[in-house]
Design a protein around this ligand. Structure first.
Ligand code: URA
Length: 257
C-alpha cells in the first residue's frame, strides 16, 4: 500500500466515489469485502494511492479519479444549478455514478436556453474559464424577431448599452437566414459571439436593438464545441483532446474599442 504523496484514506476514496458513508464503508471493510493489491484489508483508514494501488470491492476493481469533465447538451426546461427545491436541474440529468463527483455547471444558461454546458468538479478550470479577464468567447445561435442585418451587426461590433447602462464588449453578429412566420412576421436566424457573460446577455443585447430572442442555443465556449451528435438532454465525458484544449486555452483578451 502506498504512503506516497497521492495517498489518501481508503474510506475517503470510496466515499468520494459514492460507495457509502464513512461508517458504511468501515462496515464493508470489516466484513473483508475490500482488497488492496489483492490483499484483504480490515482498516478503512488505511492509506492507499488510488492511481497506482489496485482497490477492489467485492472482487470488482474500483476506478478512481479526482475530476470529471462532462459536456451536456442542455435541453430547455432545466436550470443551470446543482440543486433546487422546485425546479429540475442539470444535475438531475446525470446518473448517480457521475453525480457522486459533485460536478457543477461552468457558467449558466437560462432555463429556456439549450446547448453546450460544461459540468465539472475541477474548480480551478472552471474559475479560469469564467474569469472576466480571459474574455472566453461564447457563440450562440438564436432566432430573433424582425429583420436584423448590417445595422445591428455594426452596433454589436461597437458595443451596445444594456438596460442597466452597461456597454457590452464588441460582439460578432452573423446573419444565417431571414424568413417569415406563418403570420407574416419577419424573423432572423443568427449567430452571435460574445466574450463576456452578463446576466441574460444575448437576450438583453437584442432588446437594446429593438428585437427579441425567441430561441437560444449555445454552440461553443472557447475551444469547446457542442457535439451535435448528443441528443438534447444527453451528456458525455470530454475527450482527452478537448480537455487539453481547455487546459491550454488562454482566452482572447478582447477589450472595449
Ligand atoms: N444569454 C442569454 O440571454 N441567455 C443565456 O442563457 C445565455 C446567454
Amino acid at each position: 500500500m502506498s504512503t506516497g504523496k497521492k495517498s489518501q484514506r481508503l474510506d475517503k476514496i470510496l466515499g468520494h466515489l459514492g460507495y457509502g458513508t464513512r461508517s458504511e464503508i468501515k462496515k464493508y471493510v470489516k466484513q473483508g469485502r475490500v482488497a488492496i493489491n489483492g490483499v484483504v484489508v480490515k482498516d478503512s483508514g488505511i492509506q492507499c494511492d488510488p492511481g497506482t494501488d489496485v482497490v477492489e470491492l467485492d472482487g470488482e476493481r474500483i476506478f478512481y479519479r479526482e475530476f470529471v469533465y462532462l459536456m451536456l447538451h442542455k435541453p430547455p426546461g432545466v436550470i443551470s444549478a446543482t440543486e433546487d427545491r422546485r425546479e429540475k436541474t442539470v444535475l438531475d440529468l446525470l446518473p448517480t455514478d457521475f453525480q457522486v463527483f459533485s460536478p457543477f455547471p461552468v457558467g449558466r444558461l437560462d432555463k429556456d436556453t439549450e446547448g453546450l454546458l460544461l459540468l465539472t468538479n475541477d474548480g480551478q478550470l472552471a474559475h479560469d474559464l469564467l474569469s472576466p479577464r480571459k474574455h472566453v468567447p461564447k457563440t450562440y445561435e438564436a432566432i430573433v424577431l424582425g429583420h436584423v442585418g448590417e445595422v445591428e451587426a455594426a452596433r454589436f461590433r461597437e458595443g451596445v448599452e444594456l438596460d442597466d447602462g452597461y456597454v457590452t464588449l464588441p460582439a460578432e453578429l452573423k446573419v444565417l437566414e431571414h424568413s417569415k412566420e406563418a403570420d407574416g412576421a419577419h424573423i432572423s436566424r443568427i449567430q452571435l459571439t460574445i466574450s463576456e457573460g452578463k446576466f441574460h446577455q444575448v437576450k438583453r443585447m437584442f432588446e437594446s436593438v429593438g428585437s427579441r430572442v425567441t430561441y437560444l442555443k449555445r454552440l461553443s465556449m472557447g475551444p469547446l464545441v457542442l457535439d451535435e451528435t448528443l441528443p438534447l438532454g444527453a451528456f458525455r465525458e470530454l475527450t482527452d483532446s478537448e480537455l487539453e484544449l481547455l487546459r491550454t486555452y488562454k482566452g482572447t483578451g478582447a477589450s472595449k474599442s
